[in-house]
Design a protein around this ligand. Structure first.
Ligand code: ADP
Ligand code: MG
Length: 264
């Protein structure tokens, strides 16, 4: 890909038609008729069966559904870790069908911050270096890496733990380091798969507080959760069943301030 490749670096494609209610907002996620089928013929698994989902900038969406309902498949597609079998997916203004592997990796690194259930921190590496890692991959110089990682650790309340190894941090602190790592590239979207699944209630509250502050700053958050208490703090709950959207419930306006965001 050349530096001038319009598919990735050009202006965002024009937004789709204005939704019937509310003002037009930038769409961070726009899935239309997305299917995902694993395998072929009689062993084919239809993990997604035609999902339409639009997520506007600044929303905070919880995705719920039974095991096997397609949540992780949907997250992989939204995070450009996998591509739909059929249908259209526009991420942050870019139609991912037009991208090759390298361009997918580039948009993933630029537009999405991932948070996983198991933190996925490098064990022998300090919090600071873990947070710097995505910037290293993006080719950012060392001074700028240090500055931005320090700011990201500050934003999750862990500036004083920068030189600690993951093993020297609690589960909640490790997950906050992982959130700092997700934030450090300044992505449009935070994508979290069961981020509180391994945490006790106090650590869950800490991590949700960080998501809520991120969201209050205008960042879009999409998280998968089994926990109704966690989902209830989002602005919208999308329920999946057997590869389809079963319900889509709005709890608070996209531009509302999340309830936990005022605490620090
Ligand atoms: P969830 O995250 O909601 O538990 P998944 O998206 O992981 O659901 O899985 C949806 C369906 O797709 C399940 O039936 C699962 O077994 C199947 N599936 C997921 N990944 C693969 C894969 N790589 N190959 C084959 N089948 C898969
Ligand atoms: Mg899953």
């Amino acid at each position: 890909m050349s530096a001038g490749d319009p598919g990735l670096l050009g202006p965002p494609t024009a937004p789709g038609p204005t939704p019937p209610t509310g003002p037009a907002r930038e769409r961070v996620i726009d899935l239309q008729g997305v299917t995902k089928t694993y395998g072929a013929a009689e062993v084919a698994v239809h993990a997604l069966r035609g999902v339409d989902l639009v997520v506007e900038k600044g929303d905070y969406v919880a995705i719920m559904g039974k095991s096997g309902s397609g949540k992780s498949t949907l997250m992989h597609i939204i995070g450009c870790l996998d591509i739909p079998s059929t249908g259209r997916f526009v991420l942050d203004g870019v139609d991912v069908r037009t991208l090759d592997e390298r361009q997918l990796a580039a948009i993933r690194n630029r537009s999405v911050g991932f948070v996983f259930q198991s933190f996925n921190l490098l064990a022998r590496t300090t919090a600071q270096s873990n947070v710097e890692l995505p910037l290293l991959y993006a080719g950012v110089g060392s001074r700028e890496r240090r500055r931005r990682a320090t700011a990201a650790l500050e934003s999750v309340g862990l500036a004083d733990r920068a030189s600690h190894l993951p093993s020297q941090l609690s589960g909640g602190q490790q997950q906050r380091v992982a959130v700092a790592r997700a934030l450090v590239t300044d992505p449009a979207l935070i994508l979290a798969d069961e981020p509180t699944g391994n945490l006790d209630s106090e650590a869950t509250a800490e991590v949700l507080g960080v998501f809520e502050r991120c969201n209050a700053e205008g960042r879009t958050v999409v998280l998968i959760t089994h926990e109704p208490d966690v989902a209830a703090r989002a602005k919208r709950i999308v329920r999946l069943g057997d590869g389809s959207v079963l319900s889509d419930e709005r709890l608070a306006a996209v531009d509302a301030v999340p309830s936990g965001a005022v605490h620090r």
